[in-house]
Write a new protein. Structure first.
Lengths: 259, 280, 276
């Protein structure tokens, strides 16, 4: 029953998606749109498979940057959030900074970072991703550690639990969903940041640089193919974060019920 | 408190300059420590004083006026993009609220699009500039940049507005039905006001999206006049004039803060009659 | 002409599927103008569904519902009734006066008329000083009074209420019951009132309609003889106690009998009380 329901629900988006692609292809043919404006989906797919190996290489470069930054930023963010939950003064300092950084196009710092390292290093981009991910994870996990229902804390205190025990038994489990929510935001953000950082010069092996170079050479259809590659990379990261979330919630439930 | 944290960051910067390796170094075997010399990491006071000096040798313009002009140029593009994206987003949300089939067909794409680097389209869209002609109207490059900002702003607004429009409690809908109210009247008197608390955070996301879209579009194509171009230009001169790039970076930051400030003002105005959320 | 006439009405949800729910089956009810009747019964007995059939918020699967001699749909378009729910449902973004003006705006009244009517209603519910405040600045009881003011703003002849005092504490509830009776007497409104509370039903009504579930139907109609003027003394009177007992017995089911005939029901009820 549930499967039929799921299939029925996917029909409208499929219709819209297929309809959109068909319209696109039709418009290009009928209006004879030049490739520098809009390339036909068929051509894009053709280019995608033709250049698949190159696209995969470029994706690996950008993806690695994103991945390393994601891991580093998450670890740093989680560690810092523990400190923040313990020392409220740090939270007072960091929160306005995090809020402000949310609003500004922080990736322009890559221009600065590029000067601090050698020209061929991928480190500036990784640092950039780390920074972006760090703040996302920090804000969310800190909220998860501190915004616990007061009735739960009261209960633990009535059991004469120490702060450490409260942390382990109440705050951390409360914070876990916040961690996975932040990962769902941070994962695509890491791809986008890794990507955008490539526009600032430095090594030219990633997806972003390839797109601009393809356009510069008037190879628009293959540029679109690289865009497709970038979208797939973003979806991959997002998909992994969702899998992690589902896996963790099931694993945690099993663990608790077995102890 | 904010000033304090900025001061702290500045202090850490200077601290690293004192203790950090002058030519970069290794940590755990990887070359991840940045160079701490004055060419790579200028002193904070150098960065600030750079604003007061001339942009280039022989030019009469001071840096701060150049950065300000660049920021103003980009700001107008961001504003235009934001307004366009928000308007389309709200319109689409109303359409989705009215016709369930549209919601079911489009919403999955809207949600997924927020996870995908749409910014990858930036160079493509901007390349339309100067080459495209539609019925005698030549497509200016700045329009592409604005459109990109609009593009990134549109998605969070449509998702958030839809959420808000459908958030009205069932009893209130029943109440409006008991008044024999039309869909349009229910939209204007109930759904829209009920949607405002959801639209405000969506606008915040949209504002930062618009800034990102515009700045990235400027950078990937070097659009003349904008702050993005200044960042790239000054970065190229960093070996000779290290403090210069920071002037542009701070300018871009100011642009983001200005947009955030406008949205914050809008937040206060729109939510002025609502119950205040009590912080836990 | 009766105010409300429900004839052989049924409401079946998900008809023909495994999830079919017979919310109401073959219900007959007549309400005379100026009457106050309560609908009471356990969960699933269809009392809220019946109210919504009268309000034309739901269509009957079979049977007819007329209000003021017209089909229920027409009565809704003509705004012959006002409605109040368990949660006051005031709009947070409007102040109290503008909340009361809502139905008048929808009917196209001009600004001056709306404002004066809103103030008139505020006087009626004794909250004129609160006109400029916002709902979240008021207590639950006050919000309900505003909701009642809103329901009566267009001077409808009928008031439909779905457990409006359900979320209030006991003291506020008793106060609100008194206020409601005063307001309805002043405006000569017919009231159909859904409630879970036996004392409330008895205190407020001329007749109590007892319903039972699976399928939803009316099982008893109980006349309440507490007189027209009811006050604090009424709550302590013997008649009040008898009324409560009668309704309670009816809700429990009279010795397992399933009663269809209304006259028989009345006799049974009197008999139970006298047997004591």
């Amino acid at each position: 029953m549930a499967l039929v329901h799921r299939l029925r629900r996917s029909v409208p988006p499929l219709i819209f998606g297929i309809g959109f692609v068909v319209l696109w292809e039709g418009a290009v043919k009928v209006f004879d749109l030049k490739p520098y404006f809009l390339a036909a989906p068929s051509k894009i797919l053709e280019q995608f498979f033709d250049n698949f190996r190159l696209i995969r290489e470029a994706s690996t470069v950008s993806g690695t940057n994103a991945f390393i930054g994601l891991i580093a930023g998450t670890i740093a963010g989680v560690l810092m959030s523990f400190l923040l939950s313990k020392f409220r003064i740090l939270s007072e300092l960091m929160t306005p900074l995090a809020v402000a950084l949310n609003a500004i196009p922080i990736f322009v710092l890559v221009a600065v970072l590029n000067n601090m390292f050698s020209i061929t290093s991928e480190i500036p981009r990784r640092i950039m991703v780390t920074l972006v991910v760090y703040f996302i994870v920090l804000v969310n996990v800190a909220k998860g550690l501190t915004q616990v229902r007061s009735t739960h804390i009261e209960l633990m205190r009535s059991f004469a639990a120490s702060d450490m025990e409260i942390l382990r038994k109440v705050r951390i489990p409360n914070a876990l969903p916040y961690l996975f929510t932040s990962l769902k935001i941070a994962a695509p953000a890491s791809v986008i940041t890794a990507f955008v950082s490539e526009y600032f010069g430095g090594s030219q092996n990633g997806l972003g640089s390839r797109i601009t170079s393809n356009i510069a050479n008037s190879k628009n259809a293959s540029a679109w193919a690289y865009v497709l590659g970038a979208c797939l990379l973003g979806l991959l990261f997002f998909g992994i974060s969702i899998l992690l979330e589902n896996g963790a919630s099931r694993g945690a439930a099993k663990e608790y019920n077995n102890t | 408190m904010f000033i304090l944290s900025i001061a702290l960051v500045a202090a850490l910067w200077e601290l690293y300059k004192v203790i950090g390796p002058q030519d970069g170094g290794q940590l755990l075997g990887a070359k991840i420590l940045p160079r701490a010399n004055d060419r790579a990491m200028p002193h904070i006071w150098d960065m600030l004083s750079r604003y007061g000096r001339r942009e280039v040798r022989g030019s009469d313009r001071k840096i701060w006026s150049v950065v300000l002009a660049g920021g103003w140029f980009s700001f107008r593009l961001v504003l235009a993009g934001f307004i366009l994206g928000a308007a389309v987003g709200v319109g689409l949300a109303i359409l989705m609220a009215r016709f369930k089939i549209v919601e079911r067909g489009l919403l999955p794409y809207l949600v997924v699009s927020q996870t995908v680097p749409l910014i990858a389209l930036a160079p493509l869209v901007v390349s339309w500039g100067g080459k495209l002609q539609l019925a005698g109207f030549e497509w200016p490059r700045w329009l592409s940049v604005s459109i990109l900002g609009a593009f990134l702003a549109f998605f969070p607004v449509s998702v958030g507005t839809l959420k808000g429009l459908t958030s009205a409690p069932a009893e209130s809908i029943e109440l409006m039905n008991s008044y024999a109210s039309s869909w349009r009247q229910t939209l204007l008197k109930l759904r829209f006001p009920a949607a405002v608390p959801f639209m405000v955070p969506a606008f915040k996301l949209a504002a930062s999206g618009a800034v990102i879209g515009v700045v990235v579009a400027e950078i990937s194509t070097g659009l003349k006049g904008g702050i993005g171009r200044l960042v790239i230009e000054y970065a190229r001169e960093a070996t000779g004039d290290p403090a210069k790039v920071f002037t542009a970076v701070f300018g871009a930051a100011a642009l983001g803060l200005a947009m955030a400030g406008i949205i914050a003002l809008g937040d206060i105005y729109l939510m002025r009659n609502r119950p205040k959320e009590t912080a836990t | 002409m009766s105010a409300v006439n429900v004839t052989a009405a049924s409401k079946i949800f998900n008809k023909g599927t495994t999830k079919q729910v017979d919310a109401l089956l073959d219900v007959n009810l007549t309400v005379e103008p100026g009457e106050f009747i309560s609908l009471i019964g356990p969960s699933g007995c269809g009392k809220s569904t019946l109210l919504r059939l009268i309000a034309d918020l739901l269509e009957p699967t079979s049977g007819t519902v007329t209000v003021n001699g017209k089909p229920a749909a027409q009565a809704r378009l003509d705004q012959d009734y006002g409605m109040a729910f368990q949660h006051a449902g005031l709009f947070d973004w409007r102040n109290v006066a503008k909340n009361i003006e809502l139905p008048l705006e929808l009917k196209g009244w001009d600004k001056e008329k709306r404002k004066s009517r809103a103030m008139e209603m505020l006087e009626l519910v004794k909250l004129p000083e609160f006109a400029e405040l916002h709902p979240w600045q008021l207590s639950g009881g006050m919000q309900q009074r505003i909701a009642i003011a809103r329901a009566l703003a267009a001077h409808p002849s009928i008031l439909l209420m779905d457990e409006p005092f359900g979320a209030l504490d006991e003291m506020t509830r008793e106060y609100m019951q008194g206020e409601l009776l005063r307001i309805c007497a002043q405006t000569s409104t017919t009231v159909v009132f859904v409630t879970h509370s036996i004392p409330e039903a008895v205190y407020l009504s001329n007749r109590v309609v007892v319903m039972s579930p699976r399928p939803g139907r009316i099982t008893h109609l109980i006349e309440i003889n507490l007189g027209i003027v009811r006050g604090e003394a009424t709550r302590a009177s013997n008649e009040f106690f008898h009324g409560i007992t009668a309704v309670r017995e009816a809700l429990r089911g009279t010795r397992g009998d399933h009663v269809d005939d209304l006259d028989q029901a009345a006799k049974l009820v009197t008999r139970n009380v006298d047997d004591r």
